[in-house]
Design a protein around this ligand. Sequence first.
Ligand SMILES: Nc1nc2c(c(=O)[nH]1)N[C@H]1C(S)=C(S)[C@@H](COP(=O)(O)OP(=O)(O)OC[C@H]3O[C@@H](n4cnc5c(N)ncnc54)[C@H](O)[C@@H]3O)O[C@H]1N2
Ligand code: MOO
Ligand SMILES: [Mg+2]
Length: 402
Amino acid sequence: MISVEEAIDIVMSQTIEAGTEKVPLQKATGRVLQENILADRDFPSFNRVMMDGIAVNSKAWQEGRREFYVEGMQTAGAPQQALSQEQNCIEVMTGAMLPQNTDVVIRYEDVKIEDKVARVSIDEVKPLQNVHLKGTDRKLDDVLIHKNQKLSPAEIAILATVGKHTVEVVRHLKVAIVSTGDELVDVNEMPHPYQIRRSNTYALQSALQAEGHEAQAFHINDEKDALETKLREIVGEYDVVILSGGVSKGKKDYVPEILEKLNVKKLFHGVKQRPGKPFWFGVREEGSSPTAIFALPGNPVSTFMCFYAYTLPWLRKCYGLNTQILEANLAEEFDFQPPLTYFLQVKLTMDQGQLLAVPVTGKGSGDLANLLEADAFLQLPSDRSAFKAGESFPVIQYRQIF
Ligand SMILES: Nc1nc2c(c(=O)[nH]1)N[C@H]1C(S)=C(S)[C@@H](COP(=O)(O)OP(=O)(O)OC[C@H]3O[C@@H](n4cnc5c(N)ncnc54)[C@H](O)[C@@H]3O)O[C@H]1N2
Ligand code: MOO
Ligand SMILES: [Mg+2]
């Protein structure tokens, strides 16, 4: 059996080259950009009025004029007008082009308009006040967003403004999630006393969805022929296969032998950790592109933990993204004797700017209801058995709490 550190190194060394694809802007959030985005015009692209009010010529102002005849109105979305007489003004709206022959905008709040004459009630104006000058934010052809940037709503706004209705991003790998087990029925079914509803595939699909990722779910019973036939198809078609169950010592735990029969190269089986000890990982190099296979132990908390500790950081790395691992302080002392890395379930709180982890142990890796009580797993190293309050350890969060 290998250590958690070795298992992580092996998994992370097996990233898949995802390639690129084009997606519509509305589907681009969370994706990793694969092109540089340039300004298609100056920002702003014209001298833009910043306040609703009147536009005047500063020369007239300097000569002492405080009353201006209103010549017309320049609204947003209309071609630029020109002030014909320097002593006059034009009413202007936010987002409109500043009329030619004007260079100062005075807000309606500082003006009283009666009988087409605007009387200004302030004593001072600054040159170009309330004017957003063409090209002052960014210039035509400036690089606005660099390749490899993960797209958030801020980048989406910029992509929209430069007219990118489709965007080149890192391709999403095709992910299959497969539950195995004769005891499992689907959510819409009523289980017999000896059955349960399958929850792992839904949990994994949801965890991927939270990451903006789609995945197809399958179920296979504990039958060698069915496993071989269906897994052959799935492994042939998908880039990533996440299995749950059938990897331990049971008489119907066929998954490892079937995967090896399908020429999936086993990279490890068994990790010195709790939960998730029987975790199996391998790759199939056959065909045009490799397939990575995460065969996670079926106990719900094990499946859950292994996905967040291994599969998710691996998937992000395939897309050129890092998984930042925070540390949290243990809130109370904790003992764990076996020489295994213990992923302790914890409830996270914030204490004077520090993450604090309160143990909520639950009843083992079959106790999926305990996932509701915790937010994260605190990774306690295998080389010690006593952990003191206040010590800090890496934390793998599955619930975003802040
Ligand atoms: N003799 C030994 N027995 C077991 C060992 C061991 O070392 N020696 N390891 C235990 C550990 S640790 C784990 S974890 C489990 C892993 O079991 P499998 O990966 O073989 O999974 P199954 O046997 O198929 O199922 C285990 C458990 O999980 C439930 N399950 C499975 N899939 C789902 C699902 N999609 N949704 C909800 N629940 C699921 C299943 O009903 C079982 O209760 O093995 C221990 N045994
Ligand atoms: O590894 Mo198992 O996940 O402890 O129950
Ligand atoms: Mg089993």
